[in-house]
Design a protein around this ligand. Sequence first.
Ligand code: FUB
Length: 443
Amino acid sequence: MTAKYLLLTFTMLSIGIVKAQNPIIKGQFTADPTARVFNGKMYLYPSHDIPAPADKPNLRKDWFCMADYHVFSSENLTNWTDHGVILTQEKVPWLNAEAYAMWAPDCAYKDGMYYFYYPAIVKPDSITKRFGMMVGVAVSDRPDGGFVPMTEPIKGIYGIDPCTLIDDDGQAYIYWSGRGMQGARLKPNMLQLDSEPVALGNFPDGMKEGPFVFKRNGKYYFTFPWVPKEGETENLSYAMGDSPLGPFEYKGLIMDQSPTKCWTNHHSIVEYKGEWYLFYHHNDYSPQFDKNRSVRIDKICFNEDGTIQKVTPTLRGVGITNATDEIQLDRYSELSKMGAAINYVDTTDYFAGWKTVLNARNAYVQYNDVDFGTTGLTSVSAQVLNGKGKLLVKVDDKIIARIAVKEAGLITAPVKDIPQGVHNLSVVSADKGKVEVDWIQFK
Ligand code: FUB
């Protein structure tokens, strides 16, 4: 084996490539997504939910459990690279490594260095002489690893969910939720507060956390998850103001509470290549336990006056899917009202994903934004999990293939007249047969 081959094998093992649609990261839980654009690339800094380890009987089984952080990156918001673990609780001297409480993080860039902020529970005997949650910083000269944790948490921050803003004049601010929503200036070293914390107010009553602040067209947006009433779950809301530490005026909802009752919804909002995106989370891969969450992305739009248009969560998410990839139809853009359903492939392993079930004539699933390139594509294959029936494959409104399903397996059919470029794809049932499709792919 040559050294080059060994290096390639090691690189492929340590950097996982994952594909998009919602949720965007598969094979592990990801929550509390902070997305940042560094060097023209999108980086994602989420929390890393895990089920409580069986050998830790003292940990609550019904609560958040997080021991480390990964970072992911993407050029196109479709293919995500997992750069692996960037920080573990054992590496940080001031935190209680038995607490598994590495909650929502953020990362900021200033003067050639990257600052990774994260909340955790302090050691009972720590130098801080405090209990509860504080915020630490780890520093690196690159965004995807090499983070060295500072030996003490930031003095003056008692709370969770740090979020940073670097204003146009280079001044950095940090926000968090502790006793209410708080904000302060950061010193140029990005490691210490440069002002007393300011209590940010004028928000509606109810529990709030996870602040995310950004600036657009000279306006400051203070956005946050909010539970309006006892017994409800977190929506996403926002306020606007003319300066980084307020005052802010409450404007309304960005996203409704989850219809399936995931209690938390933590988010970030970021501009990339001229479009704005909302990163948020939902318990897609853990339908029975909402503390094991997964990151999603959807587009977010603004009105002329700068106010935010409400976002409807989708499964299709964002980005363009190549026709030659496995196209997961179950992350659909549109589903017929009758005769179509999305089910888990394996209810004992939710990470196996979903399947599309069509069981009536004209039932359909539509998946938008597929790139057929300059084509030269000659066939389409459907990974059929079950069933018998006839499927029509359409690009926009034109039938380009007919697939006869007699049994489970990979069924291939010739295609004709596929248009070039990006189009909407749909699969339609041509008879009453029930067919379960995992994905389809063009060759
Ligand atoms: O992930 C743990 C906590 O749940 C976060 O810090 C909150 O924002 C909520 O998402």
